[in-house]
Design a protein around this ligand. Structure first.
Ligand code: ATP
Length: 235
C-alpha cells in the first residue's frame, strides 16, 4: 500500500534521513522504532507531505506522492496522528472531530461516522461541547485518534501514541490501534516504547541516525541480540 524508496530528507544542513526504504502492506500494522532523533517523526512527516524528501520516492497505492501537498495526501487517504496529540485546544470536542472530516463531501456519512466515534469513545460523547484544552491527556489522545479516523483514511500514521500517558491509558491506546488495524485500516506507528510496539506489530523497522539498521517481523526483532541490548534494556 505504501512504499518508500530510498528517501533523503533534510532540515537545512541537517540530513535527518539518509536514504531509507520501507514498505507498509495493506491491513498490516508496521512499527518504526529507534532512539530519540533517529528520524522517526521525519519519516512520518515526509509521508504526509510536511517534509518533502530531496530525493527518493514515496508511492501510495501506486501513486507517486513524493512532492504532493499535505491536503492532497490527506485526500488520497493518509491521516497523521501527530506526536503530542495536537488537538485544537480552544475548539470543542465536536469541532475537533469535524476538522478531521473537512475534506469530505459525503455529509450524511460524516454524521454517521461522528456518532460512531462517540459510541466508541463515550467520554468524548459526554464532553462533546467541552473545549479540548480542558480534557485529560488520555481523553485528548482519544480525540486525536477519533479526529484522524474522521477522514476515513486507508492508512493512518501514529507518532508516539504512548508519549506522556498513564500506563493504563497507554494500554488502552495500543488496544485501540490494534482494533483500527483489525477493522481494515493500515497502520504505520512510530513508538519509543519498543517492546510494546514489537509485540503488537506485524512487521517492524529499526532506524538509527537516519538509516535503516534492521527490519523483520516483531517477534524476530524482539529476540534479536542488538535490539535486546540497545532498545529492550538488555537481557
Ligand atoms: P523524537 O522521538 O525525538 O521525535 P525522531 O526519531 O522522531 O526523534 P526526528 O524528530 O525525525 O527524530 O529528528 C531527526 C533529526 O532531525 C534529529 O537530528 C533532529 O534534531 C533533526 N530535526 C528534526 N526536526 C528538525 C527541524 N525542524 N529543524 C532542524 N532539525 C530538525
Amino acid at each position: 500500500m505504501l512504499e518508500i524508496r530510498n528517501i533523503v530528507c533534510r532540515y537545512g544542513k541537517v540530513t535527518a534521513l539518509k536514504g531509507i526504504s520501507l514498505t507498509v502492506p495493506q491491513n498490516k500494522l508496521v512499527a518504526l522504532i529507534g532512539a530519540n532523533g533517529a528520524g522517526k517523526s521525519t519519516t512520518l512527516r515526509s509521508i504526509s507531505g510536511l517534509v518533502p524528501p530531496v530525493s527518493g520516492q514515496i508511492l501510495f497505492k501506486g501513486v507517486d506522492i513524493t512532492r504532493a501537498s499535505p491536503a492532497r495526501i490527506l485526500s488520497l487517504g493518509i491521516a497523521h496522528c501527530p506526536e503530542g496529540r495536537r488537538v485544537f485546544p480552544h475548539m470543542t470536542v465536536a469541532e475537533n472531530l469535524a476538522m478531521g472530516s473537512y475534506l469530505r463531501r459525503d455529509r450524511a456519512a460524516v454524521e454517521t461516522d461522528l456518532e460512531r466515534t462517540f459510541e466508541q469513545f463515550p467520554r468524548l460523547a459526554e464532553r462533546r461541547r467541552q473545549v479540548a484544552g480542558t480534557l485529560s491527556g488520555g481523553e485528548q489522545q482519544m480525540l486525536a485518534i477519533g479526529r484522524a479516523m474522521m477522514s476515513r483514511p486507508s492508512l493512518i500514521l501514529f507518532d508516539e501514541p504512548s508519549l506522556g500517558l498513564a500506563p493504563n491509558i497507554v494500554e488502552r491506546t495500543f488496544e485501540i490501534i490494534c482494533g483500527i488495524r483489525d477493522s481494515g485500516t493500515t497502520v504505520l506507528m512510530v513508538e519509543q516504547n519498543a517492546y510494546s510496539a514489537l509485540e503488537m506489530c506485524d512487521y517492524a523497522y529499526l532506524l538509527e541516525t537516519g538509516s535503516m539498521a534492521l527490519e523483520g517481523p516483531g517477534e524476530q526483532m524482539i529476540s534479536n541480540p542488538h535490539v535486546r541490548e540497545a532498545y529492550l534494556g538488555g537481557g
